[in-house]
Design a protein around this ligand. Structure first.
Ligand SMILES: *Cc1c(COP(=O)(O)O)cnc(C)c1O
Length: 412
């Protein structure tokens, strides 16, 4: 065997290369993480960071969880890919688990949240067209919602900054204010095929649906033969303290999407639905080449078992309380937060009026003090750490966050 050294050896790269070779749609931090363990991450210079961002609610079991590493290693020596022309064992096992533990009877796998939602919206439209009328196509969605970046999902999302500038959008999508049942009633009619929402809005600022709102939406959907679609891409898979957030409300959707934490860091998404709704689909009507990939499903199966255990689910509220306790202590000292939002470990701290618009500055200064956090919009700091982050990691990250906030406040 001949070895070509130049093609296998790695050339060194640094952050400045990003600005030359990557499509300029992101503004990542100035350091490059190269290694992670639990809720700690190290950069190219071996600086250590505490990770409160969790890869945007993805690394639900931290970095390089040994059982996930094992699952990936084992599957990587067996079978990587079959396509949808052949079934595979990991995807069947994962589907079975998701169905056993939720309202659903059927699963469809894809690779990202946007793709799961794209499938959900197409299914909702097709169901209404098949069962009722070709004119039953209206989708009701909400301002500040986020459903992904394909043209359909970004159009259902309720944020012009993401949706505008790409030409004509898919039609028949109406947006109304979140948690406003009367506004939904005003636009709901027999032409409505679906109401789509995140039970806790993630990107839009961590607003939780009220119980009356979800109950009311369920009733309206039943009355008008529309499907209730929950996008739990961010708030699902343990994030808010139950396997899926809808379980805390006792309101079941007709379709639910999951991604982010589902694979614990390996790309995978799922759309779950009932037998009744699934019955309108047939081979060839929708699909994806990679969806249900054995590597992704093998990792997700293990992630599912760990996240869906009483120990992990029960520990989430305690971690939530610890986060709030630390944030309160910081706030007593510096008076930067107006209040807290979200549920479980999908947590937000809303900035005081004088700091509004500056969430991204807080993020940047936080990285200087070696703690990784997120924003949700311009006024809310967002925390979506590992669901098994330790009290010691939380404490260490909060000391750093406190120093970062002190710097911001002193610079006033
Ligand atoms: C992140 C997110 C998506 C999009 O997921 P991608 O994997 O980025 O396509 C959709 N919906 C919600 C609620 C999300 O938070």
């Amino acid at each position: 065997m001949t070895e070509n050294k130049s093609s296998t050896s790695k050339t060194s790269v640094d952050r400045s290369l990003f600005d030359k070779v990557i499509l300029p749609v992101y503004a990542p931090a100035q350091f490059i993480p190269v290694k992670g363990q639990g809720s700690r991450v190290w950069d190219q210079q071996d600086n250590e960071y505490i990770d409160f961002a969790g890869g945007i609610a993805v690394n639900a079991l931290g970095h390089c969880h040994p059982q996930l590493v094992d699952a990936l290693k084992n599957q990587s020596e067996k079978l990587w890919h079959t396509s949808n022309v052949f079934a595979n064992e990991p995807s069947l096992r994962l589907a079975q688990k998701l169905i056993q533990h939720t309202f659903a009877d059927r699963a469809f796998f894809a690779n990202s949240g946007a793709e799961a939602n794209e499938a959900a919206f197409k299914l909702a439209r097709h169901y209404a067209i098949e069962k009722f009328s070709p004119y039953k196509t209206k989708i009701i969605a909400f301002y500040q919602a986020f459903h992904g970046r394909t043209l359909f999902t970004v159009s259902v999302g309720g944020q012009a900054k993401y949706a505008d500038g790409f030409g004509p959008k898919p039609a028949d999508i109406v947006h109304v204010p979140f948690n406003d049942l009367d506004a939904v009633k005003a636009v709901m009619d027999e032409h409505t095929c679906a109401v789509v929402l995140e039970p806790v809005q993630g990107e839009g600022g961590l607003t939780s649906a009220t119980p009356e709102f979800l109950t009311g939406l369920r009733e309206l959907c039943d009355k008008y033969d529309a499907l209730l679609v929950f996008d739990e891409v961010q708030c699902g898979m343990g994030r808010t303290g139950s396997l899926f957030t809808y379980m805390q409300y006792g309101v079941e959707p007709d379709i639910l999407t999951s991604a982010k934490a589902l694979g614990g860091g390996f790309p995978i998404s799922a759309m779950l639905t009932t037998e009744k709704v699934a019955s309108v689909m047939h081979p060839g009507l929708h699909g994806t080449t990679y969806g249900g990939n054995p590597l992704a499903c093998a990792v997700a199966e293990v992630a599912f078992d760990i996240i869906n255990s009483p120990e992990v689910l029960k520990g989430i509220q305690a971690r939530h309380d610890l986060f709030i306790e630390h944030l309160e202590a910081i706030n007593k000292q510096f008076n930067v937060f107006k209040g807290y939002r979200g549920k479980g470990l999908l947590l937000g701290a809303e900035l005081q009026t004088k700091y509004q618009g500056r969430a991204r500055d807080f993020l940047n200064i936080a990285t200087e003090y070696r703690v990784m956090i997120l924003n949700a919009g311009t006024d809310v700091l967002r925390f979506t750490p590992s669901l098994i982050i330790t009290p010691e990691e939380i404490k260490s990250g909060m000391v750093r966050l406190s120093q970062a906030i002190e710097k911001i406040v002193k610079a006033e």
